[in-house]
Design a protein around this ligand. Structure first.
Ligand code: FE2
Length: 324
């Protein structure tokens, strides 16, 4: 089956093409965040302007024509409403014109399933860490097969916390990756640490970091932020690993690109004899390939949705999405 996937939930408009589980192309255009974060209407305008070019580039990179596609998937949510709508409308227009099936895909499920496949893991405990989400997940073997949320953030996603702090201390680009670079050589400062069972909270940590910015060295703040926030994630993940007796641990999502977090999780997994893995960074960042990957499985399972019933859902949780 030849399937296109369109991702547009946040800053990235991405289009991927997959054939029988193999990614043939994965093209994207990213809205550049300056000093004010993401304003949904501005980001959706960016997506509108680049959509046709990204779609054509993805087809060319895969070496296929639109007429050869068997189906199309788009990100239904979670994400920013105006941005999600650009991807949905693009997918609906193509599905209608080409007379092919269309299916809505959960964004988080895209990250998890492609990371799991690339890492060669069967049934892992998953730490999903991105801008808007931070969750500990495990497949529930009910009749409705889905990822159950064992633990999650009480307030903001860790990625948004990192990006907000990067903007606060004027790092450019204002991403978590800049925080990671700035953390090199830093010293530890004690910061608020909030874990409740398998849940955690980042807002108190961010408030304290903002209070300290300008008073402490940037490298010390970035280093201490990473050590504190990642230790919180590791503590909650370790608890979930013991509770579920999982033999595998997977990390995915934008913040899974952070080397320090990966190393800390690898240590947790090693201490409990669990196999640890993650996918390529290309799929931890937002991309259309992962949407195509999940959409193909859904379409093969007959999960085709009438074009008139295609919608977006800004707060579409992963535990509402069936796993095929
Ligand atoms: Fe994402």
């Amino acid at each position: 089956m030849l399937v296109m996937g369109i991702e547009s939930s946040a800053h990235t408009f991405g289009v991927g093409i997959v054939e029988d589980g193999k990614i043939l192309s994965n093209v994207k255009d990213m809205y550049q965040i300056k000093d004010k974060g993401m304003i949904p209407n501005k980001v959706s305008l960016h997506h509108l302007k680049c959509a046709d070019k990204v779609i054509v580039d993805a087809l060319e990179a895969a070496g296929v024509r639109a007429g050869q596609l068997d189906g199309i998937g788009y990100t239904m949510g979670p994400g920013l409403g105006p941005c999600l709508q650009v991807g949905m409308l693009s997918a609906k227009a193509m599905a209608h014109t080409l007379g092919i099936g269309v299916t809505p895909v959960n964004h988080a499920l895209g990250h998890v399933e492609i990371a799991r496949a690339y890492a060669g893991l069967e049934d892992p405990l998953v730490l999903y860490v991105s801008g808007g989400n931070s969750q500990i997940l495990k497949v529930s073997q009910d009749r409705f097969r889905h990822y159950a949320v064992l633990g999650e953030t009480f307030d903001m996603g860790i990625g948004n916390m990192l990006d907000t702090f990067a903007r606060e201390i004027k790092l450019l680009p204002a991403w978590g990756s800049s925080v990671e670079k700035a953390a090199a050589g830093g010293k530890y400062i004690e910061l608020p640490y909030t874990v409740k069972g398998m849940d955690f909270s980042f807002s108190g940590l961010l408030t304290r970091l903002v209070e300290l910015s300008g008073k402490e060295k940037k490298e010390d703040l970035c280093y201490s932020l990473q050590e504190t926030a990642f230790s919180m994630l590791c503590e909650a993940t370790e608890r979930a690993l013991l509770l579920t007796r999982s033999r595998e641990l997977c990390v995915c999502g934008g913040v899974a690109q952070n080397t320090r977090l990966r190393n800390m999780l690898a240590q947790v997994a090693a201490e409990h004899g669990a196999k640890f893995g993650f996918g390529p960074n290309e799929f931890n960042a937002d991309n259309g390939g992962m949407i195509a990957f999940v959409a193909e499985r859904m379409l093969k399972a007959g999960k085709r949705v009438d074009i008139k019933e295609c919608v977006v859902k800004q707060r579409y949780r992963i535990d509402e999405a069936e796993v095929f």
